[in-house]
Design a protein around this ligand. Sequence first.
Ligand SMILES: Nc1ncnc2c1ncn2[C@@H]1O[C@H](COP(=O)(O)OP(=O)(O)OP(=O)(O)O)[C@@H](O)[C@H]1O
Length: 355
Amino acid sequence: MHIEVRNLNKSFGDFNAVQNVSFEIEKGHLIGLLGPSGGGKTSILRMLAGLESPTSGDILFHGKRVNDLPPQERGIGFVFQNYALFKHMTVFDNIAFGLKVKKQSKEQIRQRVTELVELTGLKGFEHRYVHQLSGGQRQRVAFARALAPEPQLLLLDEPFAAIDAKIRTELRTWLKEMIERVGITSIFVTHDQDEAIEVADEIMIIGKGKLEQKGTPWEIYKNPQTPFVASFIGESTVVEDLSVLKGFESAAADHPGTKALIRPEYIEIGRPGEIKLASATLDANVKDVHFRGSEWLVELLVGNVKLITYRSLEKEVLRPGDFVNVLVHRAYLFNDNDSWIAENSLKTDPMPVHI
Ligand SMILES: Nc1ncnc2c1ncn2[C@@H]1O[C@H](COP(=O)(O)OP(=O)(O)OP(=O)(O)O)[C@@H](O)[C@H]1O
């Protein structure tokens, strides 16, 4: 289903939880709503579902305004973080629930549940009760139950939040494949950037009730419109005083008050003399190092300014207090209002400047 939202607003008293949010979603796309707690993600989802009515603005499904349509007539499937399964029912009955409500025949129900049990890898569990299942299996039941009545839009509110880390990673991949196979337009809420990056075709970053940016995970990573957005996709540090960065002086002079946002991969570190572009290197001390499994995360101090970078495991291990040289190849520049100004990179930048 193609979805369009125009100037959506939701106020609770005089608090504006959702402010002028507009977007379109193509049929079959999987969208991640990502942002801090209280930003308005769930409110947007609930308005799409019809569980909450907008204060103003329009919601269109297939080009038709659905603002006044009750939830059960919107063709939506819902998956919540806490499963919300019926505990006194078996897996079969849970999945069959929406079909019984639709008054389908016993045979139709049996066929559809069998299909879904196979699709979700729950064969053999049909007669178990919810408490006899693992968290991951319960979430698959919730997914199967939501899909049973063949909705045209699937809404998932933090679907993996209650599941432990390892199973969560498996379920993410599973969910993505499953949604691709079914071809259903889906929107899921998360505050976990890894989850959004891994699962979503497109991410919408929601902060303080506003849609800050919408794009593929890669687009948002490469072109964050604000430091806030950048902080939600990938790691970075924000340097408030550009004068400490060699090679960025003219940007600092041209735009007073400019801040630089620096990703870890824009930073090269070496022992004194190791970095070729010696004139642009900064003196730094290693503040801390963290083992990340496949690399080191190194925290550096250039004067009072903290930077972070990664270091390959093959390289000599750095220790807190070590003196190193640092070269900042590139930075995103933002003005006082957190608006993106430009991307600055050293002339000898070995990395592509244009994306
Ligand atoms: N029924 C309500 N009455 C009053 N305020 C509400 C109501 N529902 C939500 N809010 C407020 O609206 C804001 C947005 O809430 P919402 O649940 O949409 O955020 P969220 O981004 O989904 O957060 P979380 O990740 O914590 O679920 C919050 O400040 C919340 O306290």
